[in-house]
Design a protein. Structure first.
Length: 366
């Protein structure tokens, strides 16, 4: 399961590393890019109503098997248009397949936890982060070599599709957790879900913003080679991966609430370093510190949501993910507008209050 879970990060890393190049090719300002990037969360939101039912009806294996290559296809399609609306449509498509696949792999990881009695959620996300780091590092090298984004992303499609088929086809899905039956078509968030989202929101927005804006921040703020510009995101992802690989054992020892509090504080410090950095290398170090803190936000939220037990785990996971995506819907436009008016440095600094909220809401974790 670790390999299948981690595989999902490859098209994301490759695609997001090339967004700065797509921005320049289309002649978009930071604010315009922020509006176009809203296509991703909109695509996710429009599929949430179906995600839980698709998983319950067809199983996680078939959902993963179909959505993984579809993500790679959408990434390739995004390199074709230079018109903003067409680029928005391609990013919407990527967001839709990405969200459904993310729900499916998280549900499968929770089912394995339920059937085995072992915590593997953070290990899954840690392995995902390692693969994401390696893929983003490779994408950064490709970008530094001035290889065209279209050639890069379209070559990824057959390679990624073949690897997906090889790994996912033999998969046997774990049994679903026992839960109260539910036939609701709309996965309504409960107060418990909203509290969990409030904890993870700052970390999730930090990770999401860094995927696109970390490279742009270094590019627009400091005069360094393209290869150095591309190192901010790998620094964040690598530290996230390292932390996630050991977090399950730490959570077992100290509990999710205490771990969530400390992690939110570390993320706060990292973002402060980014916002007040004096050179590119200090900023990259800030991304690494921020990654340590942001590493546990989403996994702890998903694990806590799946364990509530008031309805099928797939519904609670989909509900929590939907709320995050609803808030994240405005995030690209907000960050882009702040970056356009005040600079990307201030846009990252605007995340500090949300990370402080995460410290307060960490006590809701169980």
């Amino acid at each position: 399961m670790l390999a299948i879970f981690a595989l999902q990060g490859i098209p994301m890393a490759m695609f997001f590393m090339r967004i700065p190049d797509l921005q320049l090719r289309a002649g978009l300002s930071d604010a315009q890019l922020g509006l176009i990037l809203m296509g991703g969360p909109i695509g996710g939101i429009t599929t949430f109503a179906l995600a839980s039912r698709l998983i319950e009806r067809f199983g996680t294996r078939w959902v993963i098997l179909t959505t993984y290559p579809a993500m790679a296809l959408a990434a390739g399609l995004a390199t074709i248009p230079t018109q903003p609306l067409l680029l928005f449509a391609a990013i919407w498509l990527f967001g839709a397949f990405n969200s459904v696949s993310a729900i499916a792999i998280n549900v499968e990881a929770d089912r394995i936890e339920g059937s085995s009695g072992l915590r593997i959620m953070n290990s899954c996300h840690g392995t995902w982060s390692i693969v994401y780091f390696l893929a983003s590092l490779l994408a950064g090298l490709i970008r530094g070599a001035a290889i065209d984004p279209a050639l890069h992303l379209w070559l990824m499609l057959p390679l990624f599709g073949a690897i997906s088929l090889l790994l996912v086809w033999p998969m046997h899905g774990a049994p679903a957790r026992p839960s109260m039956a539910s036939s609701r078509k709309f996965v309504r968030p409960t107060l418990t879900i909203l509290a969990l989202v409030a904890f993870a929101l700052g970390a999730e927005m930090l990770e999401g913003a860094s995927r696109v804006w970390a490279t742009i921040f270094i590019r627009d703020t400091y005069d360094v080679p393209a290869l150095i510009e591309s190192m901010a995101l790998p620094a964040l992802i690598l530290s996230m991966a390292a932390a996630r690989l050991v977090t399950d054992r730490i959570v077992d020892r100290y509990g999710p609430a205490r771990v969530g509090l400390v992690a939110s504080a570390i993320a706060f410090v990292g973002v402060a370093v980014i916002a007040f950095s004096g050179n590119a290398y200090i900023a990259i170090a800030g991304f690494a510190i921020a990654g340590l803190g942001a590493s546990v936000g989403y996994p702890l939220m998903i694990s806590a949501a799946a364990r509530i037990g008031d309805r099928p785990a797939s519904e609670n996971v989909a509900s929590a993910t939907m709320v995050v995506q609803l808030v994240m819907l405005l995030s690209p436009a907000l960050i882009g507008t702040i970056a356009d008016g005040f600079g990307v440095r201030v846009a990252f600094g605007a995340l500090l209050p949300l990370l402080a909220l995460g410290m307060v809401m960490s006590r809701k974790l169980r």
